[in-house]
Design a protein. Structure first.
Length: 734
C-alpha cells in the first residue's frame, strides 16, 4: 500500500496557473515605470491585482517629463470632457488606522481647470469616494504636492483616483501610499536584498553526521529559533536577509554542539550577527475577546532549552518594534500572489539528496503552520511535538518519494481539508473505475452512480483488491489533511479505486449476498452522476417550492426565479456542491428583511505572528427589505459542502424560517492561502479564521445541522434523494 500511496502522490497534483498581472515599476508602488494604462471600462481589468486605468485613450506615460528621475502620467483635459484616472490595488492583507494617497502634479495651458484627488476603499466595480481634495489650475504651474488621508477600513480593493475638469495638460508623478506612516512602496520589491545572496542556489553544502541524540536535539532547537527569528526579528521581517541561506551558514555549527551550553553560545553569537534591538513595542493584548488564537512563545524562556542571557535576548526580539505593512516571509492572505515576487524561493532543481534543503523544507513547513495557521490548536496531535517527530524522516530518507511522502504526512497533521500539496508538473495519468460513491448513515460506501455493468447502483463496497474499506481508510489517513472523519471518508472514496493496473477486484454486498467482481479500469475521470431522481420528480412546482442548485444555476436565472416566485411557500437551496460565487450576493437581496450577523473572520497579526485577531464581523442582508422571501428555507448540506459552501450555508441560515438539513460538512472554512517549499512544491491551507459570532466553531465540526438526514442503502439503490424528501417534509410541516 505504501507504493500505491507514493504513486498517488505523483498523480494528485495540480499545475500552477498563470496569473494576469500588470507590471508596475520597481521605483515605487505607484510608479509609472513600464506601466500599462488600461481602459477603465474594460471588464477584464478585474483580473489585474493592481493597475492604472483611464477613461480617456490619450492618457499615457510620459518618459520625458520627469519628477526627479521618475516618469509621469500625462492627462489632457478639455472643457467639454473631463478625465478620470484610477489606480486599484487588491490586497485584503493590509491592516492599519489611516491611509494616505500623496504625490506631485503639474499643469500647463490651464484655463478654469480643476483636479480632484480621491481615495476610497471598496470592492471592485462598486467603488465610492471616501475622501477627496480639489485644487485649481490656471496657466502653467510647476510641480506641486497633493495629499488625501482617510481612516483605513477593511476591504478587498483600494482605489486612488484623479478627476479633471476644464482645459489643461496635466502630469502626475511620485505617487505614494502610506499606511500609518509606512510606505506601501516596501511591497514593490523587498526581495532586492534577499536576491543578492546566491551562495547556496545549487546546493546547501550541508552534510551532517549520524543522527545521534544530541544532534537531533540541537536541530529541533535550531528549527524553532530559526522560525521565530524569521517572523519576529525586525531586520528579517523587512526582507534584508535570505533566511534560507542564513540557516545553511549556521546549521553545521549548531548541529555539532556537544551540549546545551555550547549550543547556546553558538545561537547567541549567530543572533548577534543581525544587530541589537533598539526599539520595542507594547504588544500586551488589552481585550482577549478580540482574539481567538495567541502565539505560543513561552518556550523562549524555557530553562531546559536556554540560559538566562539567551532567553533575555530572544524575549527582547519578541518585543521588538516591527514593520506593520510587511512581514516579508509571513504568507500573504491572498488567493494568489498580490505582488510581483515570490517571497519563499522554490529551488526546483535541488536534489532530494541535499540534506540542508531537506531540513529547510521541514523547518519552513512546520514554522509556517506554527505562526500562520489559525487552527493550530485544533490538530489531533499537538503541533509543538511534530517538529521532533518528523525530523528523522527529513534527516535521512531513503528516496525522493519517501521525502515527498513525509511532506504530505506532515501537512496532513494540520487536519484541515483545505490542506493540499501541489507540484509544478502533472503526474502520470491514473486509472480508476467510473463509480460515484456516497456515504450512508450506517457508515457504508454505497454506489450512487455507476457506468459499469458488473456493479449496480446501491451495491455496498466492502473491499478493493482484498483491502477492506476500513483498511483503506486507515492507510490513506496519514496523507489526507481531513478536517473530520466525514471528509476523510469522502476523500478516500475519491481515491480508493485509483491504480496503475488495468484490472481491479472489487468486493461488493448486494442485499445479503457478498461477491467479488473483476473489473477493467479506465483512464480516470470524475464519473458523471446517474441514477438519482431529479428534483423535479418530487413535484416541487405543484408544492409551490423553489429548488436551486447553487453549483449550476446562472446569475440571470437565479434573479429571474427569485423575483418571479418571491411569495412561494418554500425554497430549497442545494449546497451539496461548490456554489457559484455570485449566488450569495444575489440571494442576499431576497432572503433577509434587514442586515443580520452571521460570521466573524480573523486575521494573523503581521507585527506579532500567531496572534489571530477579530478582523471583520460579517453581516448579511440589505438595509431595508420589506419584500423579502417569507417562506421556509431548507439548506441542504453534506460532506461535499466545503469552504465557500459552508460560509454561504451559514449565511442562509441567518434568514428567517430557515433550517440546515443534512449531514456533517467538510469543516474547512476561511480564506485559503498558500506558501512554497523547496522542490517547487506549493502548499494550500486555511490561512484566516471563520467562526460563528462570538467565536462559535465551524472549523473541523462543520455547519450546525438543524435536521439530520439518515440516508440508507435502500435510498441509494432506488435513487431516492433523502435530502430533498426531508426538505419537503420540513417545508410542508407546521
Amino acid at each position: 500500500m505504501k507504493n500505491k500511496l507514493l504513486y498517488l502522490l505523483s498523480f494528485l497534483v495540480i499545475t500552477f496557473a498563470a496569473q494576469g498581472q500588470t507590471q508596475q515599476g520597481k521605483k515605487g508602488f505607484l510608479s509609472f515605470d513600464d506601466a500599462q494604462i488600461h481602459t477603465l471600462s474594460d471588464p477584464g481589468l478585474q483580473r489585474f491585482k493592481m493597475a492604472w486605468a483611464s477613461d480617456d485613450s490619450e492618457t499615457q506615460v510620459d518618459s520625458q517629463t520627469l519628477y526627479g528621475n521618475q516618469p509621469s502620467l500625462f492627462v489632457r483635459s478639455s472643457q467639454g470632457k473631463g478625465v478620470k484616472v484610477q489606480f486599484h490595488f487588491s490586497n485584503r492583507d493590509i491592516v492599519g488606522k489611516t491611509v494616505v494617497f500623496s504625490g506631485k502634479y503639474k499643469c500647463a495651458q490651464a484655463r478654469n481647470a480643476k483636479v480632484r484627488f480621491a481615495i476610497g476603499l471598496d470592492t471592485f466595480l462598486n467603488t465610492f469616494e471616501n475622501e477627496s481634495t480639489e485644487v485649481e489650475c490656471n496657466g502653467d504651474q510647476d510641480w506641486k504636492s497633493f495629499s488625501v488621508e482617510m481612516p483605513l477600513t477593511r476591504t478587498s480593493f483600494f482605489f486612488f483616483r484623479l478627476m479633471t475638469s476644464g482645459d489643461m495638460k496635466l502630469w502626475l508623478s511620485d505617487c505614494q501610499v502610506l499606511i500609518d506612516g509606512q510606505s506601501l512602496d516596501i511591497l514593490v520589491d523587498p526581495s532586492a536584498e534577499v536576491d543578492k545572496d546566491t551562495e547556496f542556489m545549487r546546493d546547501s553544502r550541508v552534510a551532517l553526521t549520524e543522527p545521534i541524540q544530541q544532534v537531533m536535539e540541537n536541530l529541533v532547537v535550531l528549527g524553532k529559533v530559526w522560525g521565530f527569528l524569521k517572523y519576529y526579528h525586525p531586520q528579517v521581517v523587512i526582507g534584508k536577509y535570505n533566511w534560507d541561506f542564513e540557516l545553511f551558514r549556521v546549521l553545521p555549527e549548531i548541529a555539532r554542539a556537544q551540549n546545551k551550553e555550547e549550543r547556546n553560545r553558538a545561537l547567541s553569537k549567530w543572533i548577534d550577527k543581525y544587530g541589537g534591538i533598539t526599539e520595542t513595542e507594547d504588544y500586551t493584548v488589552k481585550d482577549s475577546t478580540q482574539y481567538h488564537r495567541f502565539a505560543y512563545l513561552q518556550w523562549l524562556e524555557d530553562p531546559m532549552l536556554f540560559d538566562t542571557d539567551l532567553s533575555d535576548k530572544l524575549v527582547k526580539i519578541k518585543n521588538a518594534k516591527r514593520n506593520g505593512v510587511l512581514n516579508y516571509y509571513l504568507p500573504p492572505l491572498a488567493w494568489k500572489e498580490e505582488v510581483e515576487f515570490r517571497r519563499e524561493k522554490v529551488y526546483p532543481g535541488i536534489s532530494w539528496k541535499d540534506q540542508g534543503f531537506r531540513l529547510l523544507t521541514l523547518y519552513r513547513l512546520w514554522n509556517a503552520v506554527e505562526y500562520g495557521f489559525p487552527y493550530v490548536n485544533l490538530t489531533d496531535h499537538p503541533w509543538s511535538t511534530l517538529l521532533e517527530k518528523y525530523l528523522p524522516e527529513f534527516y535521512n530518507p531513503v528516496s525522493g518519494s519517501e521525502l515527498y511522502l513525509s511532506i504530505q504526512k506532515l501537512l496532513a497533521e494540520i487536519n484541515d481539508s483545505h490542506g493540499t500539496y501541489e507540484l509544478p508538473v502533472k503526474g502520470s495519468r491514473m486509472r480508476g473505475l467510473p463509480l460515484g460513491i456516497t456515504l450512508t448513515a450506517d457508515g457504508n460506501y454505497a454506489v450512487e452512480s455507476t457506468h459499469l455493468k458488473e456493479i449496480d447502483r446501491g451495491a455496498v463496497i466492502k473491499a478493493v483488491n482484498d483491502k477492506s474499506v476500513q483498511e483503506l481508510i486507515e492507510e490513506f489517513r496519514p496523507i489526507i489533511a481531513s478536517s473530520n472523519e466525514n471528509t476523510l471518508k469522502r476523500d478516500v472514496a475519491r481515491r480508493m479505486f485509483l491504480t496503475k493496473e488495468e484490472e481491479e477486484t472489487v468486493t461488493v454486498k448486494e442485499g445479503k449476498r457478498t461477491s467479488k467482481r473483476k473489473v477493467h479500469t479506465q483512464v480516470y475521470t470524475m464519473p458523471e452522476a446517474v441514477g438519482r431522481k431529479m428534483p423535479e420528480e418530487y413535484d416541487l412546482d405543484s408544492k409551490d417550492i423553489i429548488y436551486i442548485n447553487v453549483a449550476q444555476i446562472s446569475a440571470d436565472r437565479l434573479n429571474e426565479l427569485m423575483s418571479a416566485r418571491i411569495n412561494s411557500k418554500g425554497l430549497i437551496l442545494d449546497m451539496r456542491q461548490y456554489p457559484q460565487l455570485y449566488t450569495k450576493d444575489i440571494l442576499e437581496k431576497y432572503l433577509y428583511p434587514k442586515p443580520v450577523p452571521y460570521m466573524w473572520f480573523s486575521m494573523n497579526s503581521k507585527k506579532y505572528p500567531g496572534n489571530y485577531f477579530l478582523d471583520i464581523k460579517g453581516n448579511v442582508g440589505p438595509k431595508e427589505n420589506p419584500g423579502y422571501f417569507k417562506g421556509k428555507i431548507a439548506i441542504l448540506v453534506n460532506e461535499g459542502t466545503q469552504s465557500f459552501g459552508e460560509l454561504s450555508s451559514i449565511a442562509y441560515r441567518a434568514a428567517p424560517r430557515s433550517a440546515v438539513i443534512g449531514t456533517q460538512t467538510a469543516g474547512a472554512n476561511g480564506h485559503i492561502g498558500y506558501f512554497f517549499l523547496p522542490y517547487g512544491i506549493k502548499i494550500n491551507y486555511t490561512m484566516a479564521g471563520a467562526f460563528y459570532p462570538d467565536w462559535g466553531m465551524n472549523q473541523r465540526v462543520g455547519v450546525k445541522i438543524d435536521i439530520p438526514v439518515e440516508q440508507t442503502v435502500k435510498d441509494v439503490k432506488y435513487g431516492e434523494d433523502a435530502w430533498i424528501k426531508k426538505a419537503i417534509e420540513y417545508i410542508e410541516g407546521e
